[in-house]
Design a protein around this ligand. Sequence first.
Ligand code: PLP
Length: 478
Amino acid sequence: MNRGDGSVEAPLVDAWQRARGRRMRPLQIPGHKYRFADGADVLGAELLGALVRDDLPLQGGADDNAFTGRYLERAEALWASSVGSDHCRFLVGGSSQGNIASLTAAGGPGLRVAVDRTSHRSALAGLVVSGSIPEWVYPVIHPEFGLPLGVAAESLAGLSGDVVALFVTSPTYVGTMTGVRELADRCHADDRTLIVDQAWGAHLGFMPGWGALEQGADIVTTSVHKALMGYSQTAVVAVRGARIDSVRLDRAVDLTGTTSPSATLLASIDATRAVMEMHGASALAAAIEATSRMRSRLRPVRGLVVVDEAELGQPCDPLKLTLWLPRTGVDGLELAALLWERGHGVEAADADSIVMTLSMLDEPEFCAEMTDLLLVLIERLRGDARVPAPAALWQVVPDVVMSPREAFFAPRRRIRLADAVGEVSAEQFCPYPPGVPLLAPGERITPDVVRDIALAGRIGRVAYCSDPTLESVEIVSG
Ligand SMILES: Cc1ncc(COP(=O)(O)O)c(C=O)c1O
């Protein structure tokens, strides 16, 4: 493989390429027997050929059945050393798997864990799996924009003394960053573990001073497929220091993972790390500069707010472009729809805001072109300034009746959502994006939440509930 200067080790990538070069005809999995790899005109080729062409399992593929080559182990050690971690695990179940594994490693049945209520739904899954009891904490919400600014150390003041860990997200979906260093100091002073969901910030681990691990977090999950270049579903969970037992983390990863991981997916994590070691510093600098130029050109637009460090006075993900629109009269959903028609899907949008993710593969010319397009579309959609309608999900303060795990396993019955006020939900309603539950299992259903679910359903997808029409809900039957 041409690695530019050829000097960086990439054991899984090499193993993947060697295995492909062997032209195997296995008497074991995979069932496609690599027949699509060489373009053979075999059963299903017209449908499966391009899709399955690059599939290669780790076991009996890139490595032998006994994992004699230990390529995955070596690749994980290289990632760990690259991001300043003592131990990490590659994941093919996304950051969702990493969050579940983190909570399972740091929490446990009956243990109290403080969790930001605006966390991704996978944190709830981690609470169900681990049996930890959440003590919700809330992020600071911008008074005008209604967007989350991260969890402040002061919000830990009221926590019960027996809370063993804190789970927060940084960067948030909209790009704001939590003061991880301060939280870590506070947690450690109270003998608590700090878990950070850094799903959106895989690049930050390669930027000196920016990564949550470097700032003192004990365990950090990061999606390789979001800000970096790995296959969809790829992520890494990494630990630093002695607060997390690595063996326990390994068991938690194994508990939640497949026994047949794709070497192709895993090798894309290894390749990403190698690319970052070779070219990351300059490529990130260029991408950050291009994104910053986008912001500088958009900032003067009348009424437009560019939600970034300059506006908020706190660190933000330098590769996120979040715009707040009410003063322009532009509807974020309409803007997103016009961008989608042109092939430029955005990360998330609601009436007030639009969130875009840039990466090292967005060249300055593309960024400039997108800025031109945004400038044109904003003027096309411009209207009278309007009163903001902040998304409810960042501001949910639930009435918690039982733990997510108790509610998940409780007897249940289905009733109309409109008739469910006062009942305890057995399930979650989760606008996606961003995947933050409006209603979680174990929470009492209020008139506000019924209204907010209906509203969210009108403007986008509300996921992970049993009735996609949102007409009914499973409640805990008493
Ligand atoms: C903050 C946050 N954490 C975790 C996840 C889950 O990541 P993945 O899709 O890699 O499982 C997401 C997904 O969007 C997210 O926004």
